[in-house]
Design a protein around this ligand. Structure first.
Ligand SMILES: *[C@@H]1O[C@H](CO)[C@@H](O)[C@H](O)[C@H]1NC(C)=O
Ligand SMILES: *[C@@H]1O[C@H](CO)[C@@H](O)[C@H](O)[C@H]1NC(C)=O
Ligand SMILES: CC(=O)N[C@H]1CO[C@H](CO)[C@@H](O)[C@@H]1O
Length: 199
């Protein structure tokens, strides 16, 4: 049973995300209909999660959860990064395999990767093994979700982040300047906010 308050927050954030999706620039490029549908759905989940994170920062500022990931950074600067993700200026594609010829994408050890400055996102075989969005509510720990990976990749594509530490616990050990720039921080914080406010 989802409390009414959570439902209202969910409805508001879905309409915000839906408005963003109408003008989104990343296009799912995947010939397989099943995977195309999955990717489209998870991209929507990711945008919704980024939108919820942005709203959470607007409402709560530098609360303890924010500080645990972003330390002394200005909440407005972090919110701006999530807003850049949601705004998705692109233009770019999200590819499933087989990737277009000549792109030389090496998926070894990766769930996904983003090329810059194109912002094109390549989903690797292990991405499909990550958890559904619902695992954020059903697992006790912080689930690694397909949607969280897309938030991570979209922060490369739209908000100029880099890869520095792949783990959420590692993300909390960076300097404030590094935390603002490192992609995993954005996925971890967004998943934590989702778990805290939507489950
Ligand atoms: C892909 O990356 C892995 C790990 O970095 C490396 O060992 C491998 O040689 C690479 N494969 C190709 C085809 O470049
Ligand atoms: C990431 O952070 C963890 C935990 O602090 C640390 O053990 C690990 O060495 C870090 N990895 C990198 C690549 O910085
Ligand atoms: C720990 C780490 O590698 N931090 C990096 C975070 O991102 C900034 C900006 O690109 C780098 O300068 C840091 O080295």
């Amino acid at each position: 049973m989802i409390p009414a308050k959570a439902l209202i927050i969910l409805a508001v954030s879905y309409s915000a995300a839906a408005a963003a999706l109408d003008k989104r620039a990343h296009v799912v490029s995947c010939a397989d209909p099943t995977n195309n549908e999955l990717i489209t759905q998870e991209f929507g989940n990711a945008m919704n999660m980024a939108s919820i994170a942005s709203q959470y920062i607007a409402q709560n500022g530098a609360d303890p959860l924010f500080v645990s990931y972003f330390m002394t950074n200005d909440p407005v600067a972090v919110k701006t990064k999530y807003d850049q993700i949601v705004s998705d200026v692109g233009p770019a594609d999200i590819y499933c395999q087989p990737f277009p010829a000549g792109r030389n994408v090496n998926c070894s050890g990766l769930n996904a990767l983003t090329r810059t400055p194109s912002g094109n996102i390549y989903l690797c075989p292990s991405w499909y093994n990550l958890a559904d969005q619902s695992a954020l509510c059903t697992q006790s720990g912080l689930a690694s979700t397909r949607s969280g990976t897309i938030v991570h990749e979209m922060s490369h594509a739209e908000a100029g982040t880099h890869d520095h530490n792949g783990s959420c616990s590692g993300s909390k050990t960076l300097s404030p300047a590094d935390a603002l720039e490192n992609a995993t921080t954005y996925s971890c914080f967004a998943r934590e906010v989702y778990k805290k406010t939507q489950c």
